[in-house]
Write a protein that binds this ligand. Structure first.
Ligand SMILES: Cc1ncc(COP(=O)(O)O)c(C=O)c1O
Length: 406
């Protein structure tokens, strides 16, 4: 029997799968692929967090079902973080919830608040769950084009004017995956005013709160007075403490949205494994030097990559935050598009990147490079890319100096 499932029809085949398949093939053939494809932190979490996990594992009481909303100590630790980092007061009972990674929280919040046919405003390009969480839940997405060439408020006002029915929520993500853009508190203040006037919820994803290299630390939307009336914000331990496999994230802010998410989750899960939640509490409450080390590591990788690519004939912007470079294709190769470029780079330079088109139509013309290879391997990647560009006759302005045969 073949049946077209309603939801599955709305999920296009994963664009990254094509590059991943080539990557697996090359690796199976013994090639050493330098992999900037995924934002998957490569370092271990701090030792004291691992020790706390091991210690809690030894407690026979720690193996029962946990609490779907998160253990109270972890919710309190999140609220203490918000207080010391942003000066924001949160009630751990009503305004904070633990999720199985922020991705799960985003998807289940979408389930909780979406009626079929609702319109959701989501950035494009975006981290896929920002749009697809809502698509799975039955919403229609109106894309807000984002990136250096767009004025966000202009695009938001336009989307609002031309959407029927009126959108019910807006998704924000700064520092942004994949574009690495950052915003200031004034930006959030303008967005909160606009969304309050128009009666729409704001869902902010602050996964990269602590991954920044320049200027002021990224603000939280919850710092805007009254933001809690309409906004929630997702944070995560995945990048801050290099704990992506642990699956611990948070949602904080508007109590109605938190209650809706808590209700859906109460039907779906029993919370993260208690020892993981206890160790996550130790991460938030314990020494924070590991965060400086994480920043220093990504910063030096970023500098090696950006400076190296510039010298190799492919100048790209240096990201002020996140663990990603958002790189316009070299002008001479722009016409082939980001997917073909990524495949060619993999085959000819043994370097894997994520094609921009995988993040949405406005991601075309770019590739994303995750800073997840060490400096030594990043230098090797730069050498490979330089040789690759030279073989195609691309000069140091990224322009074509002779016809490319294929
Ligand atoms: C913007 C953004 N939000 C959320 C996530 C998912 O984080 P988590 O591991 O907490 O689910 C990622 C992961 O790359 C991300 O880039």
């Amino acid at each position: 029997m073949t049946q077209e499932f309603h939801r599955i029809k709305r999920l296009p085949p994963y664009v990254f799968a094509e590059v991943n398949a080539l990557k697996s093939k090359a690796r199976a053939a013994g090639e050493d692929i330098i992999d900037f494809g995924m934002g998957n932190p490569d370092q271990p979490p701090p030792q004291h967090v691992i020790d706390k996990l091991a210690e809690t594992l030894a407690d026979p009481r720690a193996h029962r079902y946990s609490t779907s909303r998160g253990i109270p100590g972890l919710r309190k630790a999140l609220c203490a973080y918000y207080q010391r980092r942003f000066g924001v007061d949160l009630d751990p009972e009503r305004e904070a919830i633990v999720t199985l990674g922020s991705k799960e929280g985003l998807a289940n919040l979408a389930q909780a608040i979406t009626s079929p046919g609702d319109i959701i405003l989501a950035p494009n390009p975006s981290y896929p769950i920002h749009a697809f969480g809502f698509i799975i839940a039955g919403a229609a997405i109106r894309s807000i084009p984002v990136g250096p060439e767009f004025d966000f408020m202009e695009q938001l006002e336009r989307a609002m004017r031309h959407s029927v029915p009126k959108p019910s929520a807006l998704v924000l993500n700064y520092p942004s995956n994949p574009t690495a853009e950052v915003v200031d508190l004034e930006f959030y203040s303008t967005v909160v005013d606009f969304c309050r006037e128009n009666g729409i919820y704001v869902i902010s994803d602050l996964a990269y709160a602590e991954v920044y290299f320049e200027g002021e630390p990224p603000p939280s939307i919850l710092q805007v007075p009254g933001a809690k009336d309409i906004a929630v914000e997702f944070t995560s331990l995945s990048k801050t403490y290099s704990m992506p496999g642990w699956r611990i994230g948070f949602c904080a802010g508007n109590p109605d949205l938190i209650a809706a998410l808590a209700r859906v989750k109460s039907y779906l899960d029993y919370g993260a494994f208690t020892p993981i939640q206890v160790a996550a509490t130790a991460a938030l409450n314990g020494p924070q030097e590991c965060i400086d080390e994480m920043r220093a590591r990504y910063r030096s990788r970023r500098d090696v990559l950006v400076n190296g690519l510039e010298a190799a004939g492919w100048p790209i912007p240096s990201p002020p935050a996140t663990m990603f470079c958002w790189a316009p294709l070299p002008p001479a190769l722009r016409e082939m598009g980001s997917l073909e470029f990524s495949k060619l780079l993999l085959e000819e330079a043994q370097v894997a990147v994520a094609p921009g088109i995988g993040f949405g139509e406005y991601g075309e013309g770019f590739v994303r490079l995750g800073l997840v290879e060490n400096e030594h391997r990043t230098r090797q990647a730069v050498r490979n890319i330089k040789a690759f560009l030279k073989s195609l006759g691309v000069n140091d302005q990224g322009a074509k100096v002779r016809n490319i045969a294929s």
